[in-house]
Write a protein that binds this ligand. Structure first.
Ligand code: ZN
Length: 246
């Protein structure tokens, strides 16, 4: 059986001298692991389409035990990422988180679009890396069914409190009067507005907000904590990205 779909290579591994195993985030079948058997099977013009961060159209053969890529037509390779180890390590983290959260063998169009947009913003340096990280982390949680409640205090229902606190474990905001009963982090108005924007905005406007560098640092810590609290996982690529940032 043969599948044809668009996808992004989110991981590559060498398995033996000639075999490469790649993980593809595909539009129609979610996360797929497939052999990309090197120059022998993939025409040379499409070789680059099976490298990490390559986006393209894939023709994938589904064998009895494994998938293998028959043909790959590259569309976008994200060369802009290769100039900078910090960008590469963040892109690897984004890809790993996408692979951990996107479905397997069912459509993942929204995950693919979000991941491509994040890599594009990073490669073209259109937003600070920490902003791209925070947006990706929080929005991918929303796609996975973990949208936090950010509109009212979870305890008393107030909308207009002067102080806002966020609980990464509970995924809710509480007001200053109720915060004593929760393990939570104080949010500035700007940080709360940014989190609401990331969760509720239209996908075309997702990356269009500005925050100070200090607030971006805090926002990125908060969204990261939220991912760890909700998924229960601390990804290896995240640790590596932090080392690269120094
Ligand atoms: Zn309250």
């Amino acid at each position: 059986m043969k599948l044809n779909t668009d996808g992004l290579i989110i991981r590559e591994q060498q398995t033996g001298d000639y075999d490469r195993l790649v993980t593809i985030l595909t539009r129609d079948y979610g996360v797929i692991r497939a052999f990309a058997n090197g120059a022998k099977r993939i025409k040379s013009r499409s070789q680059s389409a099976t490298q990490l961060f390559a986006y393209g159209n894939f023709s994938i053969y589904r064998g009895r035990d494994a998938y293998s890529i028959d043909e790959a037509q590259p569309r976008e390779i994200f060369f802009g990422l290769r100039s900078n180890i910090e960008y590469i390590s963040l892109a690897q983290y984004i890809c790993e988180l996408a692979g951990e959260t996107a479905p397997i063998e069912e459509a993942a169009d929204d995950y693919l679009r979000l991941t491509l947009n994040a890599l594009h913003m990073l490669a073209e340096q259109k937003r600070p890396p920490l902003q791209i990280k925070a947006i990706f982390e929080l929005r991918v949680m929303c796609l996975s069914g973990y949208m936090p409640e950010l509109t009212v205090c979870a305890d008393c229902g107030r909308e207009d409190s002067a102080e806002h606190y966020f609980s990464p474990v509970e995924g809710v905001t509480v007001c200053g009067d109720c915060m004593g009963d929760h393990t939570c982090i104080r949010l500035s108005d700007g940080e709360l507005a940014a989190m609401r924007h990331i969760c509720y905005s239209d996908e075309r406007r997702l990356f269009s907000f500005r925050l100070s560098d200090d607030s971006l640092e805090r926002l990125s810590d908060i969204t990261e904590e939220y991912v760890v609290a909700q998924t229960g996982k601390k990804l290896r690529t995240l640790e590596f990205y932090k080392t690269m940032r120094g």
